[in-house]
Ligand binder design. Structure first.
Ligand code: TPP
Ligand code: SF4
Ligand code: MG
Length: 303
């Protein structure tokens, strides 16, 4: 098979898959497979990604897929990777493709086990910040102040810092990505393919029906998340933090107020001034935290 590029016409995700229009989870899967090529086995827990790719009796993806119970994503991948090793197959990548509910909450234990063992897999969490497939219940990734069907007056606590939890396992590669910056996302998947051991990529995945914005705004919402610092694009390679170009530009130019991200979405419509202030404070705190790591690492490298 010819080498895949982001412009390649050799699609591994068929058109017309059964997602909502403008679903960034679907868009991200397309980008991921363009980078990884067809030597991939996907392990997927219950989520929007299952019905969107696999309405019986067909699948919309041209690589093997295995659907597993929520808790078993990473442990199944461990088993598949071990079987590939026994077969002497060094080419095929094992790709976990899970939502935030399946990663931050229900699949956390097996993810942690696989990360600790440095088992060979690329674990992707596409983070649409709630349990979307079952009708928008809050997850550990739902942000402060957001409406879901189980946080009807706005979530009263901040989201879990999942990237920090995974980074604490000292894995060889961690990256954040956004379908609003497809070249950056493509590059990160290409890089992850050439690494060994446990790799983690967290994708910020705007969801039009779950967040309450029109389908033609989906790319704009992802960009606003980066421009306001709600989502920071960076990598950690063997312990070294690197800010990715879109977030480096935000660092140089200055962040837009988080209110510009909030006001575009119905899930934040009932936020009070006080809640908005608190959300901005939480975003500032996390921004400072990541930037301190980036500075600390560059200082360390030059000493
Ligand atoms: C053990 C178990 N509990 C609950 C469900 C019902 N369920 C199916 S998909 C889903 C939502 C998953 O949310 P997330 O992982 O964030 O993926 P998304 O739907 O947002 O893509 C739930 C709760 C299930 N299939 N198995
Ligand atoms: S609910 Fe959201 S994540 Fe699920 S298919 Fe629709 S747009 Fe995609
Ligand atoms: Mg989700």
């Amino acid at each position: 098979m010819e080498k895949q590029t982001i412009f390649s016409e050799n699609e591994l995700v068929y058109p017309g898959l059964a997602s909502c229009p403008a679903c960034t989870s679907a868009l991200s899967l397309r980008t991921a497979l363009k980078a990884l090529g067809n030597k991939v086995i996907i392990i997927m827990p219950a989520s929007c990604s299952v019905p969107m790719t696999s309405l019986y009796p067909k699948t919309a993806v041209k690589v093997p897929m295995m659907f597993v119970a929520f808790t078993a994503t990473a442990s199944t991948a461990t088993g598949i990777a071990a079987a590939l090793k026994i077969k002497g197959d060094k080419e095929t990548n094992v790709l976990c493709w899970a939502g935030d509910g399946g990663t931050f909450d229900i699949g956390l234990q097996t993810l942690s086990g696989a990360a600790e063992r440095k088992d060979p897999m690329i674990y992707v969490c596409y983070n649409n910040q709630a349990y979307m497939n079952t009708g928008t219940q809050r997850s550990g990734a739902t942000p402060f102040g957001a409406y879901t069907t189980t946080t009807q007056t706005g979530k009263i606590v901040a989201e879990k810092d999942m990237q920090a939890i995974v980074a604490a396992h000292k894995i060889p590669y961690l990256a954040t990505g956004s379908p609003s910056y497809p070249h950056d996302l493509f590059k990160k998947f290409t890089k992850s393919k050439d690494k060994e051991g446990f790799r983690y990529i967290e994708i910020f995945a705007p969801c039009p029906p779950g967040w309450g914005f029109p389908t033609n705004e989906t790319i704009k919402i992802g960009r606003l998340a980066v421009e306001t610092g709600v989502h920071i694009l960076y990598e950690i390679e063997d312990g070294v933090y690197k800010l990715s170009t879109p977030s480096k530009k935000v660092l140089d130019k200055g962040r837009r107020p988080v209110n510009e991200f909030i006001k575009e979405q119905r899930r934040f419509a009932k936020m009070t001034e006080e809640q908005m202030g608190e959300y901005q404070r939480l975003i500032d705190e996390r921004w400072d935290d990541i930037m301190a790591h980036v500075e600390w690492t560059s200082a360390k490298n030059t000493s």
